[in-house]
Ligand binder design. Structure first.
Ligand code: DGY
Length: 319
């Protein structure tokens, strides 16, 4: 009898979904809005694997709803703060994610946010779309230079290093702060205090953990230059969003570029950051290219097929 697998979305990209359907009976959540815990629990009964996205809550209740057949929770995401790892370990469930395949694409987006926030691309484009363009003025939509600026990377893993490589082309000086970084590469390791004080752009590349929650709060924002830009493609919880709003509104920080928020998705109740003229906001699209989303799903499927065939998972969560 074929094993059952739950996917928390239907119509996933890549070749993985067909391979999965060939090997297992796939049940997919197909509602609108966000999958509710009860809906997922009802579908999970008896499944051997769950393929979930990076902000679907995968908690003990979902694991218990699946029952003892559940062997693997496979995330099509690099981040894994949405999974109760202790609950999975207690139940002997392997948890996997998709590092590597999305690093370059997410670094591209971080760089797009750096450029958009400092060069006021969103505001200028919206200004044009909203009206007419009658006169070229020397002082319209003035931004701040990216080339030659100092970039501070908080977190120097795969994505942080990919951003550092891009920064070389812009002639930037690159600093990083990461107590866990194994290599220095193109960037100079510094303390958090030095990074905040010297950077023109601070870009976040850390996972959300108890240690990094609100890593950037009022104190850190006050330590940054008033001409600086904060960029995050990491997780919303790393930044105290209220403190960021206050800093930008008070002109204590030049700008911000955010792809991630503490509350995702936002539905119609948008964060006040979305309407701020010096804040560029995006709906968590860091990995959203055709090739990368397909590669993420393919790897997530490979992880499931490996575990169900008693092979070691390719990309289990780091210990
Ligand atoms: C990731 O892979 O962690 C992206 O942010 C998508 O969730």
């Amino acid at each position: 009898m074929k094993k059952r697998v739950l996917t928390t979305r239907e119509n996933l990209p890549g070749t993985g979904p067909d391979r999965l359907a060939g090997a297992a009976e796939v049940v997919a959540w197909s509602g609108t809005g966000r999958p509710g815990p009860d809906e997922l629990a009802a579908l999970a009964r008896g499944v051997s694997a769950v393929l979930a996205l990076g902000n679907d809550p995968v908690d003990a209740a979902l694991m218990d709803a699946a029952g003892p057949a559940l062997r693997v929770v496979s995330l099509a995401s690099m981040g894994f703060d949405n999974v109760d790892r202790d609950a999975a370990a207690e139940r002997g469930i392997v948890v996997t994610h998709t590092p590597g395949v999305l690093a370059e694409t997410t670094a591209d987006l971080a760089f797009a946010l750096i450029l958009a926030a400092r060069r006021r691309i969103g505001a200028a484009g919206a200004g044009l779309a909203a009206g007419s363009w009658d006169l070229f003025r020397m002082r319209d939509f003035l931004g701040l230079d990216v080339h030659g600026a100092t970039l501070g990377l908080i977190g120097y893993g795969q994505i942080g290093r990919a951003v550092a490589r891009r920064a070389q082309g812009f002639g930037m000086r690159v600093l990083h702060h990461d107590p866990y970084a194994a290599e220095e590469g193109l960037s100079t390791p510094v303390s958090l205090a030095v990074l905040l004080a010297e950077s023109d752009v601070v870009s976040l590349h850390v996972p959300l953990t108890p240690e990094t929650r609100h890593l950037i709060s009022a104190r850190e924002l006050a330590a940054m230059k008033p001409t600086a830009t904060l960029v995050s493609t990491a997780r919303g919880g790393v930044v105290d969003e209220r403190a960021l709003l206050d800093a930008v509104r008070a002109g204590r920080l030049h700008s911000a570029g955010l792809d991630v928020f503490a509350r995702e998705p936002m539905g119609r109740e948008l964060s006040p950051l979305v309407a701020e003229p010096y804040v560029v906001t995006l709906p968590h699209i860091g990995s959203a290219t055709e090739a990368t989303r397909a590669a993420m799903v393919d790897l997530a499927v490979d992880n499931i097929l490996d575990v169900l065939a008693d092979r070691p998972a390719r990309t289990p969560l780091p210990g």
